[in-house]
Design a protein around this ligand. Structure first.
Ligand code: PAF
Length: 279
């Protein structure tokens, strides 16, 4: 397994191999990433994992500085799970040689809703770095987790609209036994917060069951969730929304493919999760 830091070395390696599957990450790998890598390895004979904490997608006051940089242990985790061909781990100067990234990829208005409403510019930062990584790695297929459902939708839209020659494969959310979606941010939770955090999945499941049983008053379902989380001491509840799973627009009562999305802060840690509903 090679660890490559420079774009030129990565490009030189790329010329020597056939089909490549790609998993972009910001490192601090957990079981969720491992399942993305496992899926990727089944999709192509060669696999690249990138590890880069992308300043451009963090807003002011977000956790860019405290985001764990754990390349050595990430490489060990990947190796312990059978390895990949290449870990691409550029530093900031390599990926952003211009102090200000002058050309960026601007996603459409849907990227300003849900998480985008609370993290202005976030998806522009994601779309920009993913475009750069796609251009560098030149993979045939890339895996993205459904945990970041809006990110997945933004990337799928970008690839379709800009004719990027890559296939995007969505991968199901990995969960702890109590339902908590696996996330690098779970590591910030105290023991007490960790015990409370699966409440998000509890409500997603409760709402899903209600919808499957015929409930169509999505805003009432959301209000019940918000009231319960507030009563249990959750701080900012950014959103609880039922949306059309394909367009991410607010769900109509006739829509059959839905996704319930939630984002809320417990202590200082913002957690997101979602659950699809197919009627
Ligand atoms: O999901 C992530 O870890 C990041 O948003 C990504 C796709 C690696 C871009 O920095």
């Amino acid at each position: 397994m090679k660890i490559i830091h420079s774009i030129s070395e990565l490009r030189a390696w790329r010329k020597t191999v056939g089909e490549v599957a790609f998993v972009p990450t910001m490192g601090n790998l957990h079981e969720g990433h491992i399942s993305l890598i496992k899926v990727a390895k089944e999709l192509a004979p060669h696999t690249v994992v990138s590890i880069f904490v992308n300043r451009l997608q963090f807003g002011q006051g977000e956790d860019f500085d405290r985001y764990p940089r754990t390349l050595e242990s990430d490489a060990a985790i990947i190796a312990a799970n059978g390895g990949v061909d290449v870990i691409f781990a550029p530093d900031e100067k390599e990926l952003y040689p211009n102090v200000i990234q002058q050309y960026q990829v601007n996603p459409p208005a849907i990227a300003e809703e849900l998480c985008g409403a609370f993290r202005p510019g976030h998806f522009r930062g994601v779309a920009t770095v993913v475009t750069k990584l796609f251009n560098i790695v030149q993979a045939d297929v890339a895996c993205f987790g459904k945990k970041d459902y809006q990110q997945l939708a933004v990337i799928q839209g970008m690839v379709a609209d800009l004719n990027v020659p890559i296939r995007i494969v969505p991968v199901d959310t990995g969960r702890a036994q109590d339902g908590l979606a696996l996330s690098s941010r779970n590591g910030f939770l105290t023991a007490e917060q960790r015990a409370e955090a699966p409440r998000l999945f509890f409500h997603l499941s409760r709402m899903k069951t209600a919808i499957e049983q015929g409930e169509r008053d999505y805003s009432r379902l959301a209000q019940e969730t918000v009231a319960d989380l507030r009563a249990r001491g959750w701080l900012d509840i950014d959103y609880v929304e039922t949306r059309n799973a394909l367009t991410l627009k607010p769900a109509a009562s006739t829509d059959r493919q839905l996704v319930i999305l939630i984002a809320a802060r417990i202590g200082t840690t913002r957690l997101i999760d979602n659950l699809e509903v197919n009627l």
